[in-house]
Design a protein around this ligand. Structure first.
Ligand code: AHR
Length: 621
C-alpha cells in the first residue's frame, strides 16, 4: 500500500481530541482514584452497616449507632462496647477497600471520638496474615461528651509484601471497661499523587491517566450524574467543604459514594493534569425513568447556574465567595457544559426534546454566552447551531469498524463529542450487535481485536476533525473486587502490583501522544479495509503523525511519501499482541509496544503492518 501526503492543508483539530470520561462506577472513585484507604469510614448511606469493620478484643462489640450524630451529613457512628471484663488493648480495625497497601511513605490518619477516655489511642497498620506490625503511632486523646477530631501522621518502617493488611484503632481496656466509645469519619490517606493532599488521588492510578496525555476530563458521569431515582442525583453543592458536611450519595451503581471526590477535587484534578473540564450538569432525568416535570424544573436549572457561579464567579458573587471561603479565590474557567447524560435513554428523550434541553440551554447561554453547550444525545433535533452533540457507542469489534466513515456525512452544524466509546463484547456469529440483556457475553478485559476496532473508529474521528472535537474511552476504572461494568480501561485492586493497563489504555495513550493540530489529506489508490489510516500534522512540533491499523488482513508493507519533505526522522510505534483475543490482566501483560526508527528510502518510509496491529509513523520535519 502506498500513501502520499501531498499537502498540510486539512481541517484544524480541536486540540483536545483525546481525553478522559470519569464517573464513580466500579469503585473507581471510592476504592479507586480517591486515595482514601478506609472503606465505610462514616457508615454512610440509607442502610448503614459495619462493612469492612471488625472488633478487636474478647467480647468487644461494634454497633451502628444513630443516637450520637457527628453532623447532619454523618448521622451514623460506630459505637464500640467494651465488656467489663476486658483487659489489655481493645478496639477495632478496618480492612480497607479489600486490602490496604503499606509502603514507607508517610500516612495521615484521623478520626472523631466521643466518650469518656483519657490516654493514648494506638493507630497501626498490620498484616492480616501474620499480624506483623508495619507502623504504629500513639495519639494522646482527651475525649469527652463532645465530638473531637484527632489527626496524626506516621511512616511505616517497612513495606508490606501484599495488601492483606488492616488499619487498627486500639485503646486501653481498663480505661473504658464496661463502657462505650463512639467513633466516626475514620480516615487514612497515603501519599497522594503530585501532592494532591487531603482528598487527593491514588498515586499509581493518577499517574497512569496522566501518562495517557489526554486533554480533557468529562465528569461527573455518566449515569452517576443522574442518580437512580428521586431524590438522588449528583448534587454538586453537597460535595464541597469539610468531609464532615458531605452526606452520602447512593449512586446508581449499587454502592454509596462518600463524595470525598467532590467538585473541587475534580477541578484540582483538571488543574494538576492540565485537562479541559467538560462539566456535566444534572438535567432532570433519573435512571429509573422519572423525569422532573416542566413546572418543577426551575430549582434544578438554578442549581446548574449556581454551580457555574461557584466555579467561575468572582469572589463578589455569592457562590464565588463560597469558593473563596474554601481556599480557592481564583475562579476556574469552564468552557464546556453538558446538559445531562444520555437523555435519549430511560424514556428521557421526549421531555429533553420538549422542554428540558431548551430550558437549561437558554438559562446557561444567556448568563454564560461563551460556554459551549453539549446536548447529551445526538438524537435531539432543533438545537441551536454550534451545540455539540454527545455520541456514545459500546460495540463489538466488527460492528464498530463499520462506523469508520459515519462522521464523513454528518450534519456539520453540530460538532460531536464522542463522550463514551468502547468495544465491550467479542464478535459472535449471527450476533453483530451488542446485546444489553442480562447475561449477554461481555469481555472481561479489553481485547486486542477490540482495540484495533476502536483505533479504526478513532481514525474516523480524526479524519473528521472539523466535526469531532473530543473522544473518550469509557469506563475508565475497575476495582477488581467489586464492579458493575466490564471491560474497563484500567483495572486494579488495593495492591498496586495488580494495576493493569489494558490494551485499550495503550491505544488511547498511543493516539493521544500522536495527534497534530491539523488533519492532512492522504492520497492513495488503495481502499480502506483491511487497512485503515489517517494523518495529522503539528505545526508546533513540526511533526506528521500517520496512524494505521490492520483489521483482519495479511501482513502488509505500507510506504508513506511526503514529497515536499526533504529530510525527516521517522519513528514507528506499534501496539500488538499475540492474537486478537489477547488481553492484559493483572500481572499478565500480553500487549507489546515497540518503537523503531525507520530510515528514509527515496522520498518515503516503509513499515510493515501486521494483522491486528496498530501503528503510528511519526515524522519529524
Ligand atoms: O460507561 C458506563 C455507562 O454507560 C455510563 O454511565 C453511561 O453514560 C453509559 O450508559
Amino acid at each position: 500500500v502506498h500513501l502520499t501526503i501531498p499537502a498540510e492543508n486539512g481541517n484544524a483539530t480541536s486540540g483536545m481530541l483525546y481525553g478522559l470520561m470519569y464517573e464513580d462506577i466500579n469503585y473507581s472513585g471510592d476504592g479507586g482514584l480517591y486515595a482514601e484507604l478506609i472503606r465505610n469510614r462514616a457508615l454512610q448511606g440509607p442502610n448503614p452497616d459495619l462493612t469492612a469493620w471488625r472488633a478487636y478484643g474478647a467480647g468487644v462489640k461494634l454497633n451502628v449507632d444513630k443516637t450520637e450524630p457527628l453532623s447532619d451529613a454523618l448521622p451514623n457512628v460506630i459505637r464500640v462496647d467494651v465488656p467489663a471484663t476486658a483487659t489489655g488493648k481493645v478496639g477495632f480495625s478496618n480492612e480497607g477497600y479489600w486490602g490496604i497497601p503499606v509502603n514507607t511513605d508517610q500516612y495521615k490518619a484521623s478520626f472523631y471520638i466521643k466518650g469518656d477516655y483519657k490516654g493514648d489511642i494506638e493507630v497501626s497498620l498490620r498484616s492480616d496474615v501474620d499480624g506483623m506490625v508495619f507502623a504504629t503511632k500513639d495519639v494522646a486523646v482527651r475525649a469527652n461528651s463532645q465530638w473531637k477530631k484527632y489527626t496524626t501522621r506516621f511512616t511505616p518502617t517497612s513495606a508490606s509484601p501484599n495488601a492483606n493488611n488492616t488499619f487498627s484503632i486500639l485503646f486501653d481496656a481498663d480505661k473504658v471497661a464496661g463502657k462505650s466509645l463512639y467513633f466516626n469519619l475514620i480516615s487514612l490517606f497515603p501519599k497522594t499523587w503530585s501532592n494532591s493532599g487531603t482528598n487527593g488521588l491514588r498515586v499509581d492510578l493518577a499517574q497512569a491517566i496522566d501518562d495517557i496525555g489526554g486533554k480533557f476530563l468529562r465528569f461527573p458521569g455518566g449515569n452517576n450524574l443522574e442518580g437512580q431515582s428521586p431524590p438522588y442525583w449528583w448534587k454538586w453543592n453537597v460535595t464541597l467543604g469539610d468531609l464532615i458536611d458531605r452526606p452520602a450519595y447512593p449512586g446508581p451503581w449499587g454502592y454509596v459514594n462518600t463524595l470525598g471526590l467532590g467538585l473541587v477535587e475534580y477541578m484540582r484534578w483538571t488543574d494538576l493534569m492540565d485537562l479541559e473540564p467538560i462539566l456535566g450538569v444534572y438535567a432532570g432525568l433519573y435512571l429509573d425513568g422519572t423525569v422532573v416535570p416542566e413546572e418543577d424544573l426551575a430549582p434544578y436549572i438554578q442549581s446548574a447556574l449556581d454551580e457555574l457561579e461557584f466555579l467561575t464567579g468572582s469572589v463578589d458573587t455569592p457562590w464565588g465567595a463560597v469558593r473563596a471561603s474554601l481556599g480557592y479565590p481564583e475562579p476556574w474557567t469552564i468552557k464546556y457544559v453538558e446538559i445531562g447524560n444520555e437523555d435519549n435513554l430511560w424514556g428521557g428523550l421526549p421531555s429533553y426534546q420538549d422542554y428540558r434541553f431548551d430550558l437549561f440551554n437558554n438559562a446557561i447561554r444567556s448568563k454564560y454566552p461563551d460556554i459551549t453547550i453539549i446536548a447529551s444525545t445526538p438524537e435531539i433535533t432543533g438545537t441551536p447551531a454550534g451545540t455539540w452533540l454527545d455520541y456514545h457507542r459500546y460495540d463489538k469489534p466488527d460492528h464498530l469498524t463499520t462506523y469508520f466513515d459515519q462522521f464523513d456525512n454528518w450534519d456539520r452544524n453540530h460538532p460531536v463529542m464522542v463522550g463514551e466509546v468502547a468495544v465491550i463484547a467479542p464478535n459472535e456469529p449471527n450476533k453483530p450487535e451488542v446485546e444489553w440483556t442480562p447475561g449477554a457475553l461481555r469481555l472481561a478485559f479489553p481485547s486486542m481485536i477490540g482495540a484495533v476496532a476502536e483505533s479504526i473508529f478513532l481514525m474516523g474521528c480524526e479524519r473528521n476533525a472539523d466535526l469531532v472535537k473530543a473522544v473518550a474511552y469509557a469506563p475508565g476504572f475497575q476495582n477488581l473486587n467489586s464492579y458493575q461494568w466490564v471491560p474497563d480501561m484500567i483495572s486494579y485492586t488495593a495492591d498496586p502490583a495488580d494495576t493493569t493497563l489494558s490494551i485499550s489504555y495503550y491505544l488511547q495513550k498511543l493516539f493521544a501522544h500522536n495527534v497534530g493540530d491539523t488533519t492532512v489529506p492522504i492520497v492513495t489508490t488503495a481502499n480502506f479495509r483491511p487497512l485503515f489510516w489517517s494523518a495529522t500534522y503539528s505545526k508546533q512540533h513540526r511533526e506528521y503523525y500517520v496512524k494505521m491499523a490492520n483489521y483482519n488482513g495479511t501482513s502488509t508493507d505500507v510506504t508513506l511519501d511526503i514529497p515536499a519533505l526533504r529530510g525527516g526522522k521517522a519513528t514507528w510505534t506499534t501496539l500488538s499482541a499475540p492474537s486478537g483475543h489477547s488481553y492484559n490482566s493483572p500481572r499478565n501483560i500480553t500487549s507489546k509496544w515497540t518503537v523503531t526508527e525507520i530510515p528514509k528510502s527515496g522520498t518515503g518510509w516503509t513499515v510493515t503492518l501486521d494483522n491486528l496491529m496498530i501503528g503510528v509513523l511519526k515524522i519529524q520535519k
